[in-house]
Ligand binder design. Structure first.
Ligand SMILES: Cc1cc2nc3c(=O)[nH]c(=O)nc-3n(C[C@H](O)[C@H](O)[C@H](O)COP(=O)(O)OP(=O)(O)OC[C@H]3O[C@@H](n4cnc5c(N)ncnc54)[C@H](O)[C@@H]3O)c2cc1C
Length: 412
């Protein structure tokens, strides 16, 4: 007969959010497991040989100083920064359809930088390596959650029984869905969501530019969607000529852009970016992702919690997705550990609701702001065009407003 393996906490999903949660809980004394379809070996050396020199991961994230602090607390920031991280000091945002523009600078708020551009796979590598080093979390990798059921155990306690693709069966007091935008925990758990389908795609790639990026994150808003250039830095080099781009656009345009050869794509990109960084000299492989925004109306039930993209997916235009996910992890890990220290049932609805209360309104607020940006900048309406251009100019001239915006975007 199949033995049932007991755990206190089972985390489903080993993306940046799930891995960081497992690491944050690794010293809690709880019996923890993490399940992910990816293999266990994420050695840094393999990453380095894959990403030699100028080959960058197409998926990058702009991390806020608050997320950087969190990764430092987990003990992984040092390894990450020694590998490949680009701190950016400035941000320039402008409207393609007018004269409105805003410039944020680290100098204005007396900080070293506004944030950091990191490659997602590199963040996962350092987190996975640190997690393996703890030896205190059981890794079911490569494996996947197939289904789960809620049961009452012999002591009358609510537990979740989990069936894995490998055929193994686990039981856990707390099941955590860190399984991304299409979370099975969320759908099978019957968590309702509010969804906004953007009818947009994000096209991502790495480009080499003629002019240096000046450690600046650039974003041009067009009615078809925003185009961002995010600065990258090669290890051991001061060259400022590589940027990761995120071009959010309507599906017809995305299909057209994906079909172009590199030379023709470079010309289109240069034009769309008003050649602010001169000629686009080289383009790496392009990838397209469908964009949507959703938010779970509840993040918790007794014995279940959702974190990261499983709970909320936000438009990438403000680069907040994984930052919100890390903030979820910080809150949930702290609440679970405080409950354990007080001898409370950490998987109870009462305890988990503290996590929901601490995060949900903040995440929703950020999503509403992004939705507003997307609608305002996606409109051809003359009145809205005037409003956004005037709004950008006023904000740019008001040190107080700008400082407030910067601090909020930095998670401070
Ligand atoms: C184009 C683009 C640009 C972005 N830029 C930024 C940015 O600049 N800054 C920012 O903060 N955010 C950004 N984001 C958002 C960010 O990428 C996401 O918020 C983040 O990756 C979510 O991490 P996660 O760990 O929650 O989910 P995921 O990364 O999706 O990880 C989920 C994990 O769960 C696993 N999984 C799924 N189902 C199962 C199962 N049944 N069993 C076991 N495991 C399972 C998957 O294999 C995966 O490893 C961007 C997003 C896009 C699309």
């Amino acid at each position: 007969m199949n033995t049932i393996i007991q755990h206190d906490v089972v985390i489903v999903g080993g993306g940046m959010v799930g891995l960081s949660l497992a690491l944050a809980l690794s010293k809690s004394g709880l019996v923890i497991a993490l399940i992910d379809p990816q293999g266990k070996s994420h050695p840094v050396q393999a990453f380095q040989s894959r990403m030699q020199g100028t080959e960058f991961d197409a998926r990058v994230s702009a991390l806020t100083p608050a997320s950087q602090q969190f990764l430092a607390t987990l003990g992984v920031w040092e390894s990450l920064s020694q590998l490949r991280v680009c701190a950016y000091t400035d941000m320039r945002v402008w409207d393609a359809d007018g004269s409105g523009a805003i410039h944020f600078s680290a100098d204005e708020i007396h900080v070293d930088c506004l944030g950091y551009i990191v490659e997602n796979s590199l963040v996962s590598v350092v987190l996975a390596q640190a997690l393996a080093g703890t030896g205190s979390v059981t890794l079911y990798q490569p494996d996947a959650l197939l289904s789960f059921t809620r049961l009452t155990d012999a002591k009358g306690q609510l537990v979740t029984q989990i069936t894995l693709a490998s055929g193994q069966t686990l039981q856990s007091k707390l099941l955590i869905g860190a399984d991304g935008a299409n979370s099975r925990i969320r759908t099978e758990g019957g968590f309702a969501t509010r969804e906004w389908d953007y009818g947009q795609q994000a096209l991502v790639t790495t480009v080499k530019t003629e002019l240096p990026h000046q450690f600046t994150a650039w974003q041009r808003f067009m009615t078809t969607g925003p185009l961002a250039f995010l600065p990258l830095l090669q290890p051991g080099s001061t060259s400022q000529h590589y940027c990761s781009i995120v071009w959010s656009c309507i599906p017809e345009l995305a299909t057209e852009l994906m079909a172009l050869d590199d030379k023709a794509f470079a010309v289109r990109l240069e034009r769309a970016f008003e050649a602010r960084l001169g000629r686009i000299e080289a383009v790496a492989a392009r990838h397209a992702f469908p964009l949507c925004q959703h938010h779970a109306t509840n993040y918790v039930q007794a014995g279940i919690a959702l974190v990261g993209d499983a709970a909320h997916v936000i438009h990438p235009l403000a680069g907040q997705g994984v930052n919100l996910g890390f903030a979820d992890v910080m809150a949930l890990a702290e609440i679970i550990q405080a409950a354990v220290a007080r001898g409370e049932d950490f998987a109870s609805l009462q305890v988990l609701s503290r996590y929901q209360r601490s995060r949900q309104s903040h995440n929703l607020g950020m999503m509403v702001v992004m939705e507003g940006f997307k609608r305002t900048f996606g409109s051809d309406n003359l009145a809205l065009r005037w409003l956004r251009n005037t709004g950008l100019k006023i904000a740019d001239q008001s040190a107080f407003l700008k400082q407030g915006l910067m601090k909020r975007a930095m998670g401070l």
